[in-house]
Design a binder for this molecule. Structure first.
Ligand SMILES: [Ca+2]
Ligand SMILES: [Ca+2]
Length: 231
């Protein structure tokens, strides 16, 4: 008869441990259950707003993938000044034969870690760019004070003047682009998202070629990935 309160007490103790506030630093006591993580796109291309299709460049001068993390304290108020770390894992399925997908800043295939400090609204937005064309799967784990505060996944359809997906734009990319220009067709060559490949796309491509835009990083982990709204 005495075992029930003991089990109940153990359960309450365990629950309290699992939901314990996270002390990220001296000024920051988070309630991890209140954290909001939202993936998105900072759009700097002509692809449809609201779609998950984006054109990105290793230099970061086109569209960017974002993850916004918003943290709250145990009283439910936004928590500014909190150090947040995010471990990203990128998997991808290149659309062009012999090409790859590339993540700027990755330190191993598909592995990217970013750190930031929450602002007055308790928010920090992480920005990601890269190269290559195909389906990209982004998984993330966000940490504060070493504790996971949120996790999730999203998929994007990416394309880039870095057609080969090696993190730099040069004439190897031109050789991948020209066949689609010649046939006026192809998802990857349509850099301005008007459903044809023509000199409008060449004008988009050339500044990135002439600037030899590039970044350090690494490729993604191969996967089979097909989002519903591209290709
Ligand atoms: Ca390239
Ligand atoms: Ca086009």
């Amino acid at each position: 008869m005495k075992r029930l309160p003991l089990v109940l007490g153990l359960f309450v103790t365990l629950s309290a441990l699992l939901l314990a506030p996270v002390v990220a630093d001296a000024t920051c006591v988070l309630d991890p259950t209140l954290t909001i993580c939202t993936s998105g796109i900072i759009r700097n291309d002509a692809c449809p707003a609201g779609s998950n299709t984006l054109v990105w460049c290793p230099l970061g001068d086109m569209s960017l993938i974002t993850l916004t993390v918003q943290v709250f304290d145990t009283g439910g108020s936004p928590c500014p000044g909190c150090p947040i770390d995010v471990e990203f894992r990128f998997l991808g399925d290149p659309d062009l034969p012999g090409c790859d997908l590339f993540i700027c800043g990755a330190t191993a295939p598909g592995f990217l870690t970013l750190s930031g400090i929450s602002n007055a609204a308790g928010e920090v937005t992480f920005q990601i760019t890269g190269g290559g064309c195909g389906c990209l799967e982004m998984n993330w784990l966000a940490f504060a004070g070493g504790t996971v505060i949120c996790q999730g996944a999203d998929r994007f359809c990416v394309k880039s003047p870095d057609f080969t997906g090696d993190g730099t734009i040069n004439f190897s990319d031109t050789f991948k682009y020209l066949p689609q220009l010649n046939t006026t067709q192809g998802y990857c060559g349509d850099l301005n998202c008007d459903n044809t490949v023509n000199f409008g796309d060449t004008f988009t491509y050339l500044p990135h070629l002439f600037g030899a835009h590039s970044c350090p990083g690494d490729n993604v982990v191969p996967t089979t990935c097909t989002p519903p709204t591209c290709f």
